[in-house]
Design a protein around this ligand. Structure first.
Ligand code: AMP
Length: 213
């Protein structure tokens, strides 16, 4: 089973996606995580991507499309869950073409949405574990011990692009470039729209139902 999760920043794609991928045994390909790892490792793609990410802009299509193709090609035997890719219509077209070339397709595209006030609150309070990438929230799901990951004991940090000025930019980029994906996918088989403004477990239950049909 191959899935695409898309929606605005802060809607919960990462959190819900990793739970779903665990339960269904899928490879969780989170474009933002892949890019941050490339930046940390100082790869050529990471060097190209960094300035765009710091400003909350999209990294050029050619860079992300090549990275995701490497990831997908390396995981052909398993299903995958794409989170944060595609993020505009040209990327969606490139994905369709790439999958056709590997005799693969997308079974479900899930659009997760929530009001902007909700997204702002979620993003500005978000804390991430440097070691395992698990996410917390200062108020809604705080760690048991301040600054420390409940799962692995790693250090928690706030992402550079979760600062309020960059959040505003990312939401603008989402509205301009990513939201048009709705028209691209809405009439395709396997499309579902999900209200992701509720509590974590109920959103997960709805997501699971959308995938199980
Ligand atoms: P995320 O972790 O999904 O919020 O992504 C963090 C940042 O990585 C974004 O603000 C973009 O700069 C970059 N990024 C992630 N996915 C993509 C993509 N599909 N296309 C272009 N840039 C991306």
């Amino acid at each position: 089973m191959n899935l695409v999760l898309f929606g605005p920043p802060g809607v919960g794609k990462g959190t819900q996606g990793s739970r779903l991928a665990d339960e269904f045994g899928l490879s969780h390909l989170a474009m933002g995580d892949i890019l941050r790892a490339a930046v940390r490792n100082g790869t050529e793609a990471g060097l190209k991507a960094k300035a765009f990410m710091d400003e909350g802009k999209l990294v050029p299509d050619a860079v992300v499309v090549a990275m995701i193709e490497d990831e997908i090609a390396g995981k052909e035997s398993n299903g995958f869950l794409l989170d944060g890719f595609p993020r505009n219509v040209p990327q969606a077209e490139a994905l369709d073409q790439m999958l056709a070339g590997h005799n693969m397709g997308i079974d479900h595209v899930i659009f997760m949405d929530a009001p902007e006030s909700n997204l702002l609150e979620r993003l500005s309070g978000r804390l991430i574990c440097r070691a395992c990438g698990f996410g917390f929230h200062r108020h809604y799901s705080p760690p048991r011990e301040a600054g420390k990951c409940d799962r692995c004991g790693g250090e928690l940090y706030q992402r550079e692009d979760d600062r309020e000025d960059v959040i505003a930019k990312r939401l603008h980029v989402y509205r301009e470039q990513t939201a048009p994906l709705l028209d691209y996918y809405k009439d395709k088989p396997g499309f579902a729209k999900l209200d992701a403004s509720g509590e974590m477990d109920s959103v997960y239950a709805a997501l699971k139902q959308a995938v199980e049909g």
